[in-house]
Design a protein around this ligand. Sequence first.
Ligand code: GTP
Ligand code: MG
Length: 441
Amino acid sequence: MKPIIALATPPLKGALALIRLSGDNVFEITSSMFSKSITGMNQRGLVFGTLSDNGRMIDQVVLLVYPGPATMTGEDVVEISCHGSMVIVEEIIQAFLAKGVVYATRGEFSSRAFYNGKMDLIEAEAVNDLINATTLEAKNVALLSLSGETSKLVAPLKEQISSLLALLEVNIDYPEYTDIEEANGETIVAKCKEIRNNLSSLIKMGEDGKIIRNGIKVAIVGRPNVGKSSLLNALLNEEKAIVSDIPGTTRDIVEGEISVNGIALHLLDTAGIRESDDMIEQLGVQRSEKSIQDADLVILVADGRTGLGEEEHALLKLAEGKKTLVVFNKADLVSEKKEKTIYVSALNKDISALKDAIFAALGLDEKAFVTPSFSNARELGLLRQIDGYLKQEQDDAEMGLTADLLSVNLQAAYNCCRELMGEEPTQDLTDEIFSRFCVGK
Ligand SMILES: Nc1nc2c(ncn2[C@@H]2O[C@H](COP(=O)(O)OP(=O)(O)OP(=O)(O)O)[C@@H](O)[C@H]2O)c(=O)[nH]1
Ligand SMILES: [Mg+2]
């Protein structure tokens, strides 16, 4: 494919920068600008020399030469390690563009790797996850996908679906055979249930994996003056939000990031919710209410001395359907504490009970930290689609639909499995199905 170029390191000043090239003729093109020839190199190697543009020296560089197809993209690849000035980077890139190389689009190196069969779609997506990981745990989960561990989960699922499909097909095509299992409604329902059981654990693992990878949004809400901003500051261990004893101090959303047991929490401190004539405060209250809708977890802060009042109940109603934690703050001023209740003192930074409760509220399976999973929206969406087809299959089988009609849902479910890996969804299934049965000669 046409040669592409891109800066692989951040576009900032540094000791070194790395520029990556991939595609047809990259060895020849690079040689035409380099003090040595790398044309025809058939082993990986490292070459030091000078890069010039029309006889004008650009920089002393190290070339990392990777002959295809045993490379990330499957094509010839050159990496130029130059001095980390953006002036040099720009000069090098412009010189290559003048020689017919084009600027790579986002993710183009990974997409070439995918199209050249170097990785499946799940692995390609994992490259992105790996780069975006902000916690060690997120990185580890992405690495499992990159090494193909997640992709391996597809084969057993595909196998289960295609063997059920095969059962239907033989019953359609060879009804006279008496030695094959009969595809009656009961058998199909039972098999669908079995597959859906496995699917539901894959989906749960995927959802947990998604939390580990992306973290969650946490909205801190409550009446004015209960100590929301103090709580944010205590969680962040930083005086980020303004705290005062005047109700209505916070008007806008104040944000911060922390990690609790390896889960990234994106915290939103909000304006205290109350009726107000002040226009700005009203807008703040609207934002608070919206933050509840956007949050994955809502922390409702109340004053430990007064307990829950009308306002708190109204907020709980607003947060209905969300994971919610009710936290009583100002525990240092509370003499009698109720059981099974989360008390904290934001002022004294005594908040460990809340951190434990947040982690528990996520309901993560410990295995999710070390197990490969389908954890991005595309993958989870496809798993849910497969489950939908199997549910339909179950219903259709219960209604007594005939085998030829029943095979439609399974075909669709099977195609989703192929889509998961980025395989052609339309490929003929027959070979795969009939290779399992010795029917006829
Ligand atoms: N004794 C005690 N005082 C606290 C505690 N947490 C906060 N406060 C005090 O309560 C007052 C209000 O705190 P903030 O954190 O500004 O409260 P808020 O909920 O953000 O208030 P608004 O932004 O107005 O909605 C301040 O005077 C804090 O010092 C606590 O745990 N114990
Ligand atoms: Mg505040």
